[in-house]
Design a protein around this ligand. Structure first.
Ligand SMILES: NC(=O)c1ccc[n+]([C@@H]2O[C@H](COP(=O)([O-])OP(=O)(O)OC[C@H]3O[C@@H](n4cnc5c(N)ncnc54)[C@H](OP(=O)(O)O)[C@@H]3O)[C@@H](O)[C@H]2O)c1
Length: 285
């Protein structure tokens, strides 16, 4: 990318949390920043608003067309829009699972498909996909969320190979737990509420997750990280960020046998064998 040109960035999820921090940092650094949101009124002053549900390809195309017609270029895409559903995998309804994948994975894909023709025209560009450490280490009771991030990781790995030598770069930011509105915006699978075989493990694991998020670092450091990535000639595939233990988890996973790593995760999330319900004993003598 030519460093003398004022860069134009499109950031999804710019109304809150990590996306908002990235948008603010880019704006402070002098970029033209477009923020996509389903509620563009929530975007900060100075961010150019785009009304966009990332799961709607027509809205995505329209937003990208607006940027091209107003600035004539598009240098950086940050795919940050995301939601987090929690519950046992068995308890996700088809609609709940679809919403999770459509937002976190297909939404990012919609944006990538929409911006690439312009980036090819420029022969330059940068795509930053905000994944998660849960995209490297799958978490209990966030199984579909983790799957959406694993899918995003795979997409980014393939994309980098396909874009080799094109001048267009793609990379991943993998945050650990950060204090944002993710807890407030969380969606709970209906069927996981109340009595069921997973209830005790679910409640213990979820309580830990929520505490880690509520007491996690603020998202400003991810704004700075994203800015640093925009300055690099050849960004790496992955940038992990967060508390040390969380950043180490993917490395440890690669180093030790799966069975040991599962044991560590079970200890961490206090996963125990489910008690045999008395109703089961009565109906199955
Ligand atoms: N916070 C963490 O601990 C953490 C850890 C790892 C990864 N992440 C990832 O970081 C990203 C941002 O999360 P956050 O923590 O900043 O959460 P957040 O504060 O809840 O923000 C979520 C953002 O996503 C947008 N969004 C959700 N669904 C959308 C849709 N269908 N179309 C357009 N925008 C949509 C929201 O915008 P509107 O509601 O205004 O449309 C909002 O700006 C997510 O991809 C998340 O998975 C977060």
């Amino acid at each position: 990318m030519n460093p003398t040109i004022q860069k134009t960035a499109l950031i999804t999820g710019a109304s809150s949390g990590i996306g908002k921090a990235i948008a603010r940092t880019f704006l402070e650094k002098g970029m033209i920043v477009y923020g996509a949101s389903r509620q563009p009124g929530r975007l900060e002053k100075g961010i150019r608003p785009l009304l966009m549900d990332v799961a709607d390809p027509a809205a995505v195309e329209k937003g990208v067309e607006q940027i091209k017609s107003e600035t004539g270029r598009l240098d950086i895409l940050v795919n940050c829009a995301g939601i987090s559903l929690v519950g046992a995998i068995e308890h996700h309804s088809p609609e709940e699972a679809d919403l999770q994948m459509r937002t976190n994975f297909t939404g990012s894909l919609n944006l990538i498909r929409a911006v690439l023709p312009q980036m090819w025209k420029q022969r330059s560009g940068l795509i930053i996909n905000v994944s998660s450490i849960a995209g490297r280490v799958a978490l209990p009771f966030q199984g579909i969320y983790s799957s959406s991030k694993f899918a995003l990781e795979g997409l980014t790995e393939s994309l980098r190979l396909e874009l080799f030598g094109s001048g267009i770069h793609a990379c991943l930011i993998e945050p650990g737990d950060f204090s944002t509105e993710i807890v407030k915006n969380r969606i709970f699978c209906q069927a996981s509420q109340g009595e069921n075989a997973y209830a005790d493990n679910y409640q213990r694991a979820y309580a830990l997750m929520e505490q880690e998020e509520l007491h996690g670092p603020g998202p400003e450091r991810i704004g700075q990280l994203a800015w640093k990535i925009t300055r690099l000639k050849n960004p790496r595939l992955r940038y992990t960020t967060g508390k040390l233990m969380q950043r180490l988890a993917p490395r440890v996973k690669n180093l030790i046998p799966d069975i040991w790593f599962e044991f560590i995760l079970r200890m961490n999330y206090k996963i125990k064998r489910p008690a045999t319900p008395s109703s089961f004993l009565i109906s199955n003598p």
